[in-house]
Design a protein around this ligand. Structure first.
Ligand code: SAH
Ligand code: SF4
Length: 347
């Protein structure tokens, strides 16, 4: 059983706990600021809290944080990947990307992933367990502490690491709300992007939540036959239902949806697919993000040539669909999209 950490609790829960212990109501605000704004790593730092309270907190709500292990850097690119050891011996990876003034952290939501997409190293490692809200947020806090040393801050969070966020919906949303809380970390809702493989109930729930976070949907194919080969969950939620859910999200939030499309050479990167994709998305508040395949050991696909990527992009543009090509970051340190994993495949 996972022992709860203070980072697993919402502000209201923390406040309720401290009030229950007979503490005055301002204590929760003090503690919250230490945890989420001053980025404390130990109750001992919180010298304006009574000693007795600090002792009780250490006993009943230990401030355990994932322990950083191997760190890989691509100094030229400014990308860093860290292995974080969790309290039960499992591990996850999180990535920091620097681009201009942007400092983007890519977080994981599960150890492994149960979806098993054919082109994804995380999917190939299988599913181990869901992360807690605190473990999800801790990845952002880890890099926030690192950046603090140079007077910098995390400016964006993308939920695009290991795992499917909408198969761990409650924990993911709680982590986002906690990081968004104005008295704490205070990262604006629009600075978050959640990427889902197309879990329809999760998309609808996010629409209901009326949070201004960005939604990205991993489509990868314009029709169900091809999509099912690449994304096993496509059998459960066909393209039509995914698009309907996305429309509900647009109606509720007024925000444009991003459709991610991993380009696999000779599989889904033809002009025929580009035109079919354009037909699907034309007239929708949509944007396509093409992701040329990032190789990882054991994955049986190839990255298309730059010329082919460009041709696919031009075909979408010609049919009136907004499109960008994702610049792959961290590929040299196996930190690119779909390359994260903490278990190695058998040779
Ligand atoms: N489970 C979520 C979020 C994590 S994956 C999802 O699938 O959307 C984030 C993005 O990386 C997804 O769009 C995914 O399709 C893409 N991706 C996975 N493996 C990849 C690979 N080998 N090369 C390029 N992109 C990949
Ligand atoms: Fe899971 Fe996303 Fe990888 Fe598919 S692409 S296996 S949903 S992490």
């Amino acid at each position: 059983m996972h022992v709860q950490s203070p980072f697993d609790l919402s502000f209201e829960e923390l406040e309720g706990l401290l009030l229950g212990w007979g503490e005055p109501s301002y204590r929760a605000r003090q503690l919250w600021a230490w945890l989420w704004r001053r980025l404390a790593t130990d109750y001992a730092e919180m010298t304006d809290l009574p000693k007795g309270l600090r002792a009780r907190l250490s006993q009943e709500l230990p401030l355990s944080l994932p322990r950083p292990g191997a760190l890989e850097l691509d100094a030229e690119e400014g990308t860093e990947k860290v292995l974080l050891h969790l309290s039960d011996g499992e591990a996850i990876e999180a990535v920091l990307m620097r681009e201009g003034d942007r400092r983007t952290v890519c977080v994981s939501t599960q150890v492994g992933c149960p979806v098993g997409c054919a082109f994804c190293a995380t999917g190939r490692m299988g599913y181990v367990r869901d992360l807690t809200p605190g473990e999800i947020a801790a990845q952002v806090l880890h890099f926030a502490r690192r950046l603090q040393e140079s007077g910098e801050r995390v400016t964006h969070v993308v939920v695009m690491g290991m795992g499917e966020p909408f198969l761990n919906y409650a924990a993911t949303l709680k982590a986002i709300r906690n990081l968004n809380h104005p008295q704490g970390f205070g990262l604006g809702a629009r600075r978050f992007t959640v990427s889902t493989v197309g879990v329809v109930p999760g998309i609808l729930q996010l629409a209901e939540a009326r949070l201004q976070v960005n939604l990205a949907i991993s489509l990868h194919a314009p029709d169900d036959a091809l999509r099912r080969e690449l994304v096993p969950l496509g059998r459960k939620w066909p393209v039509r239902e995914v698009l309907q859910a996305a429309d509900a999200y647009v109606a509720a939030t007024g925000r444009r949806v991003t459709y991610e499309y991993v380009l696999l050479s000779g599989v889904n990167d033809g002009l025929k697919e580009a035109r079919a994709l354009a037909r699907l998305l034309r007239g929708r508040l949509a944007h396509v993000n093409l992701i040329p395949f990032n190789p990882a050991p054991g994955l049986p696909f190839k990255r298309p040539s730059d010329r082919r990527v460009e041709a696919f992009k031009r075909e979408l543009l010609r049919h009136g669909v907004d499109v960008t090509v994702r610049r792959s970051r961290g590929v040299r340190i196996q930190a690119g999209c779909g390359q994260l994993r903490t278990r190695h495949l058998p040779p």
